[in-house]
Design a protein around this ligand. Structure first.
Ligand SMILES: NC(=O)c1ccc[n+]([C@@H]2O[C@H](COP(=O)([O-])OP(=O)(O)OC[C@H]3O[C@@H](n4cnc5c(N)ncnc54)[C@H](OP(=O)(O)O)[C@@H]3O)[C@@H](O)[C@H]2O)c1
Length: 209
């Protein structure tokens, strides 16, 4: 699959490494530092490319949006039309200092992104912490972590679920795109535990009976 990545930071790196290992073709875009983007592409695979966000969209079967919430409008503007594209958003609507949610309860990053990208087949998936992905080993003492995804387009969700599963996690479909309102703040629990309470690398694991 061809994956265009908007964002050249920690998530682009962590997810990109798994996907390159699984044979996907990647194009990275949208860093303020062109050399950083080139170094990222080279570190991920021999064949990964760099381009503008619009080029990444043109290239892609699936577009990963991996930018901070504050940078979303600029990123989507630079991306151009996403009409008909599967848009995998891993964006959480965090305040820049991660002290809380910039939006929530009555909307979500995913829903606002869908409004900014008319016609895009938006799926939100919030993967594991980037440092866990970048370690290359996503198991927690032998247990597979759970990540959540949601969206309104069944076919797009199947594609995104597959990409999430390639990071060796259990991917759980939470429902329609508006359930991002619950997934996004749930991640704040992990951020609180990891960074405020300094519990280190943490993740969810869903129990059922
Ligand atoms: N990190 C995690 O563990 C994690 C987990 C789940 C979800 N997420 C979500 O994933 C998204 C990406 O997170 P990340 O950790 O990959 O972020 P990051 O490391 O800060 O990378 C963000 C990328 O966006 C680029 N960018 C372009 N314009 C920007 C601007 N005006 N302000 C800020 N960045 C700009 C940055 O450019 P430069 O290269 O020039 O810095 C960088 O390449 C966020 O929405 C986050 O909430 C993150």
């Amino acid at each position: 699959m061809k994956i265009g990545i908007i964002g050249g930071g920690n998530m682009a790196n962590g997810l990109g490494k798994f996907w390159a290992k699984n044979g996907h073709q990647l194009m990275f875009s949208f860093s303020r530092n062109e050399q950083k983007l080139k170094d990222l592409a080279a570190s991920v695979s021999d064949t990964a490319q760099v381009g503008t966000p619009a080029e990444a969209v043109q290239f892609a079967d699936v577009v990963l949006l991996a930018v901070p919430w504050v940078a979303v409008p600029e990123a989507l503007q630079a991306a151009g039309s996403l009409n008909g594209k599967i848009l995998f958003s891993c964006v959480n609507a965090l305040k820049p200092d991660m002290s809380g949610m910039a939006v929530g309860t009555t909307t979500s990053a995913a829903e606002e992104i869908a409004k900014l990208a008319p016609g895009a087949r938006v799926v939100e998936g919030l993967p594991l912490f980037a440092e866990v992905l970048q370690s290359g080993d996503t198991s927690f003492n032998g247990t597979e972590a759970t990540v959540f995804y949601c969206g309104d387009d069944a076919e797009a969700k199947t594609v995104v679920a597959g990409l999430l599963k390639e990071t060796a996690v259990e991917a759980i479909d939470v429902g329609g795109l508006s359930t991002a309102r619950y997934i996004e703040p749930a991640m704040m629990v992990l951020i609180q535990l990891a960074y405020v309470q300094q519990m280190g690398q943490v993740a969810f694991s869903l129990l059922r009976r």
